[in-house]
Design a protein around this ligand. Structure first.
Ligand code: S3P
Ligand code: PEP
Length: 431
């Protein structure tokens, strides 16, 4: 295993002593960095990533590709260099708790010669992998999973994947679709992928996959709902400019809302496939004012947060931060469309219900979301369940509630190298 989370670290979340006024620069998008690395590894020429995210998930992705023979040079913080090579095993891939690694690397490993073994953190073994393993098996790939249909497993590639028509049920995670598409140009017959089942969540993430594949020269037809057709063909190496991670903007912008302050996130793209862009609409509905201009996105709050009724299926990774805001709102909220986040870093619906209850909020877990009834909150230990976004949710509550202690903040390194440092700087010197 190549990288572990740092030691289990409790953290007393800081209270804001007034309206938060800050300008925050966020590191690169986890989702774009992961896709750029995979597309660069599958390309014909050299590639690079400008301002990639350097955090646990993306370091694990780089290590996974390196283990299969790809040249990935991450020595410079703001410029990663990728030199594609023939993919070979034997290799061990540590997925950590990264959905992107466990769903995007196996289809690429199927193109390698030699065995590639996958494992991850204890909870990674509980995340849904069955549909991806079945899909690869249906494509003729030999997999040894000991009958678990989950991590750990070994892919025994022969250097080629036939491809062709494939039916999957991607209702548990959009990453199943993205992972198959990212490798599909390299399949002998390309891929005609059809989803059958309940709706696929996180549509913007699939749009991001397709946009980035097209930028690398792939021919993708997504004109029919739930069908994606990829022509076989080469991908070109290119320089990928990675946007700031807009999902990680959620807690920082939330700080403006709950304290009646003003927070700017710099470099907010004016056109993007990132789901975090939906924060503009969501935070406006919740009582903030959002202005997107040359400085970035500025959110101004009044200190009063409005309850909402929202379908978060497209933007489900925002659920923990939005749920924290709902717990501080002036009216009850209903969050819907996110049944599948029971399969995220932890069972997020159960975790949010338990931890919001622990701080005194009224919460009911529904079939596909949460009903949240705000009450006066109290000091408590807030469990993070190894989930970076649970930790961020606890930090939002702690801005205006005495004595919110995260049981472990080290999990935030999944997508931000130093969340506690950034959070403290936002409060202390507005940066
Ligand atoms: O493809 C991606 O980069 C992601 C897709 C989404 O997964 P789900 O479809 O499982 O929600 C999202 O929640 C995750 O944080 C990142
Ligand atoms: C669901 C998430 O991550 P992953 O990529 O591990 O699925 C997330 O970051 O909220």
């Amino acid at each position: 295993m190549t990288e572990k989370t740092t030691a289990y670290t409790p953290w007393q979340t800081p209270r804001a002593d007034g309206p938060v006024r800050a300008t925050v620069s966020l590191p690169g998008s986890k989702s774009m960095t992961a896709r750029a690395l995979v597309l660069a590894a599958a390309a014909q020429g050299h590639g690079s990533l400008v301002r990639p995210l350097q955090a646990r998930d993306t370091n694990l992705m780089a290590a996974a590709l390196r283990a299969m023979g790809v040249g990935v040079n991450t020595a410079q913080e703001n410029l990663w260099l990728v030199r594609p090579e023939a993919l070979t095993g034997p290799a061990d891939v540590d997925c950590g708790l990264a959905g992107t690694v466990m769903r995007f690397v196996p289809p690429l490993a199927a193109l390698a010669t030699g065995p590639i073994s996958f494992d991850g953190d204890p909870h990674a073994r509980k995340r849904p992998m069955d549909a991806l393993l079945k899909a690869l098996t249906d494509l003729g790939v030999a997999i040894d999973d000991g009958g678990r249909a989950a991590l750990p497993f070994t892919i025994n590639g022969t250097g080629a994947v036939r491809g062709g028509e494939l039916v999957v049920d991607a209702s548990k995670t959009s990453q199943l679709v993205s992972g198959l598409l990212l490798a599909a140009s390299r399949f002998e017959r390309g891929l005609v992928l059809r989803h059958e089942g309940p709706p696929v969540p996180s549509a913007p993430h699939i749009a991001m996959t397709i946009a980035m594949m097209r930028a690398a020269g792939a021919a993708v037809d997504d004109s029919r709902p739930n069908i994606w057709e990829i022509e076989p063909g080469p991908l070109s190496g290119r320089a990928w400019e990675i946007e700031p991670d807009l999902s990680n903007a959620a807690p920082f912008l939330a700080a403006a809302l709950v304290t009646g302050g003003e927070v700017t996130v710099t470099g907010w793209p004016h056109n993007t496939t990132q789901p975090g862009d939906a924060l503009r609409g969501l935070l406006t509905q919740m009582g903030g004012t959002c202005v997107l201009d040359e400085r970035g996105l500025t959110v101004t709050g009044t200190g009063h947060v409005r309850g909402i009724d929202a379908d978060l299926s497209d933007v489900s990774e925002l659920t923990p931060a939005i749920a924290a805001l709902c717990a501080l709102a002036d009216a009850p909220s209903t969050l819907r469309g996110v049944a599948h986040i029971r399969g995220h870093e932890t069972n997020r619906l159960a975790a949010l219900a338990a931890e919001l209850t622990a701080v005194g909020c009224g919460v009911e877990e529904t079939e596909d979301g949460l009903r949240i009834a705000p009450r006066r909150l109290r000091a408590a230990t807030f469990g993070t369940y190894a989930d970076h976004r649970m930790a961020q949710a606890g930090a939002i509550l702690g801005l205006v509630t005495d004595g919110v202690v995260l049981d472990d903040v080290s999990c935030t390194t999944k997508t931000l190298a130093d969340f506690p440092g950034m959070w403290t700087r936002m409060l202390e010197d507005g940066s």
